[in-house]
Design a protein around this ligand. Structure first.
Ligand code: ADP
Length: 505
């Protein structure tokens, strides 16, 4: 399906497109769709109405083995790894063109499988393409080092690709997060095996087909659908995978680290959960605009965002005014049909996620939290819809202020002074992201240095887009994982440094 330029993109347009969407769930291995070896299947379900979107082969060790062998063969052949960086850049730009042409199809796949509102999914595709192009360009400009040496010697530091990269990705931004790994890994000359989330793999499988069409040699980029166990685990424990890159929960990240340790000591890049603060100081006065952005910071993509700003920490002096504005804003959040272009908040991605979030809300209630405001759920919704929820009377050690909820839920707390603000903001085992709202830039700068977070954004909404791919690189802290994503340093993470010394005698 290519984008239609004429038809107005109404709900009816997207419903028609969904009804005629070509669905192919077979793995892409060695440059083609292949029949899976397993006969076991699982299904993805549209969280808005519970309809089955796709039936997947539950691939496991056998398919992962084939994919890793194909990736290894392509890597050793040098058909991609041996190209000049500028040649790789050209292919990646062609992929960008194809992603643009097929943007509607890819956005629809993500929207159907995990319930992201279609308007947002389209924006995500645009962002993914921009990120891909930016990294492709940057990769062709990276330089190696010539080191100071005696006249009869030549010493170099080269960056060389790892080899075969295994990527395991989540469902919250299926294509976007996959590309934030696929793009730098490919740009630096690696081959790849991607195991997307079992909740939403269609767009990643399609990505592999489009990459072939763009001119990526067969075997360089393979996608195998399957569950975490056994497919993800097979990749993590594989003896011929050189680097494992992951975005997902901390529990899985910890497991992957053990798998890497029990197998071949593969390099690991782990971006796990977050419990990010949004700090608001008392020098601000436009409460309505502030409330809008703070709510967006935690409720965007139904809060299923690793950088969601779920701990809203507010200067005591502003607390009552801002709480009122926030409550009003949260009350107007309305979930709706993801395929309706006017929908801004979709359902949660799955029944399991819905149950997890409602369980955490029940625990919050038991610990004394009070619902200050709740958004509305579309009246016709049957699926996993949950209104945005703002909690008051929470304490820093409450479960809801410590655990990653991954739903549209935030807790609101006051702070008395700058020291308490910093202590509260850093009272987390995570360290992915933080936002600071103040006109006092020296204060913001001090906080940027002292906050426990991989990325700090001052006076802008929390967004993975500010954190990854196009901007400068960022590396998480604590249980949020490690490994730089984004920018030149993020590209280098997909390489090893090699020392080369010549005796020119
Ligand atoms: P979430 O709970 O948000 O789905 P997960 O960490 O469970 O986050 O999932 C993220 C990705 O990790 C998915 O692709 C999933 O299949 C994969 N995964 C889950 N468990 C494992 C595991 N034990 N080994 C390898 N991959 C796993």
């Amino acid at each position: 399906m290519t984008n239609s330029s004429e038809a107005p993109r109404t709900l009816a347009y997207w419903q028609r497109a969904a009804a005629t969407l070509r669905i192919d769930t077979r793995p892409v291995i060695g440059g083609q769709r292949v029949e899976p070896l397993t006969t076991e299947t699982f299904q993805s379900v549209h969280p808005h109405d519970g309809r089955v979107v796709a039936t997947y082969p539950a691939c496991g060790m056998a398919e992962i083995d084939l994919a890793v062998a194909a990736a290894r063969k392509a890597f050793e052949a040098g058909c991609w790894s041996g190209l000049a960086p500028a040649e790789r850049t050209r292919v990646m730009h062609r992929l960008g063109d194809l992603l643009r042409q097929h943007g509607d199809e890819l956005a629809l796949m993500d929207s159907l499988e995990m319930g992201m509102p279609i308007a947002q999914a389209l924006g995500d595709i645009d962002e993914s393409i921009d990120g891909l192009r930016a990294l492709a360009e940057l990769a062709s400009q990276l330089t190696d080092l010539v080191l100071p040496s005696a006249p009869h010697a030549l010493a170099l530091n080269l960056r060389v690709p790892h080899g075969v990269v295994g990527a395991i990705t989540p469902w919250n931004f299926p294509l976007y997060v996959a590309l934030s790994k696929v793009a730098p890994a490919l740009a630096m000359g690696n081959s790849l095996v991607l195991k997307p989330s079992e909740l939403a793999s269609l767009s990643c499988l399609r990505l592999a087909e489009l990459a072939l069409e763009a001119g990526l040699p067969p075997g360089v980029f393979n996608v195998v659908p399957g569950r975490g166990l056994p497919a993800g685990q097979a990749l993590a424990r594989h003896m011929d995978v050189d680097c494992l890159t992951f975005t997902g929960s901390t529990a899985t990240g910890l497991q992957l680290l053990q798998d890497a340790g029990r197998s071949n000591l593969k390099v690991t890049l782990l971006e796990c959960g977050g419990k990010s603060p949004q700090l608001v100081f008392d020098d601000l006065d436009d409460m309505d605009t502030l409330a809008d952005t703070l709510v967006q910071g935690f409720a965007w993509n139904s809060g299923q965002v690793c950088v969601a700003g779920t701990r809203i920490l507010v200067a005591q002096h502003l607390f009552d005014r801002l709480a009122e504005a926030l409550a009003e804003r949260v009350g107007t959040c309305l979930t709706g049909d993801p395929l309706d272009p006017t929908t801004t908040h979709g359902p949660l991605a799955s029944r399991g996620q819905f149950e997890r979030v409602t369980h955490l809300l029940a625990q919050a209630h038991k610990q004394g939290a009070r619902v200050l405001a709740r958004g509305q759920v579309a009246s016709a919704a049957q699926g996993c819809h949950l209104g945005a929820t703002l909690l008051a009377d929470v304490a820093s050690d409450h479960i809801v202020m410590q655990d990653e909820v991954f739903g549209p839920v935030a807790g609101l707390m006051p702070f008395a002074d700058v020291d308490q603000a910093l202590a509260l903001a850093n009272a987390t085992r995570y360290g992915l992201f933080a936002t600071v709202w103040t006109r006092d830039l020296p204060l913001a700068h001090r906080f940027a240095r002292r906050l426990r977070a991989g990325s700090v954004v001052v006076n802008a909404v929390a967004s993975p887009r500010t954190a990854h791919v196009r901007g400068s690189g960022a590396e998480p802290v604590g249980l949020s994982g490690y490994g730089i994503e984004g920018g030149a340093a993020g590209l280098r993470a997909y390489t090893r440094q090699r020392s080369v010394q010549f005796n020119l005698g």
